[in-house]
Design a protein around this ligand. Structure first.
Ligand code: FES
Length: 172
């Protein structure tokens, strides 16, 4: 078992969080509540900004499933943050079609402009830059995703700079 998972203690769930979990679990047959694991992890991330080992354990206990099974879900999908991230999480696709159409260069440019390594967060806590697997818009390469929600297409260096400037202004 992962050391972090093995040493974690389940984080207490608030009544509000439990109510949100219950609404997700209710969408499935009573003997298949584990099917709500992704939704519950998303709720944790919405509320806390990331999914800690303690939170994984709390989800596992709530759903009656092994902690490692929850950890496997968290680590399989890169939309789940396994450590705290900046206010703006910028995922740049470097999967094969984007790799041949400027994805790695876009990642390098963003990292250089923001002064971070891949997976790094700026000192002011505003931006985290990460490589990403295919985002399902290969024809728009290079592609990136902001905060797991907003897809950005054909990200030239100029467009990347404009995006960062716009997000910085949104912060002001
Ligand atoms: S490979 Fe980049 S979106 Fe598919």
């Amino acid at each position: 078992m992962n050391a972090a998972v093995a040493s974690a203690a389940a984080a207490p769930l608030s009544d509000a969080t439990r109510a949100r979990f219950a609404r997700e679990v209710a969408k499935y047959p009573a003997d298949q509540k584990q099917s709500a694991v992704m939704a519950c992890l998303s709720i944790v991330q919405q509320e806390q900004g990331w999914v800690s080992p303690d939170s994984e354990l709390a989800v596992a206990e709530y759903l009656g499933m092994p902690a490692m099974a929850v950890h496997e879900v968290t680590t399989f999908y890169n939309m789940y943050n396994q450590k705290p991230v900046g206010r703006f999480k910028l995922n740049v696709c470097t999967n094969a079609p984007c790799m041949f159409a400027g994805g790695p260069q876009a990642l390098d440019h963003l990292c250089s402009q923001l002064g971070v390594e891949p997976y790094g967060t700026t000192a002011d806590g505003q931006f985290t830059v990460q490589p990403s697997e295919c985002l399902g818009a290969c024809g728009d390469a290079p592609v990136m995703l902001v905060n797991d929600r907003h897809m950005c297409s054909f990200m030239s260096n100029d467009k990347l700079d404009q995006l960062v400037d716009g997000l910085r202004r949104a912060e002001d």
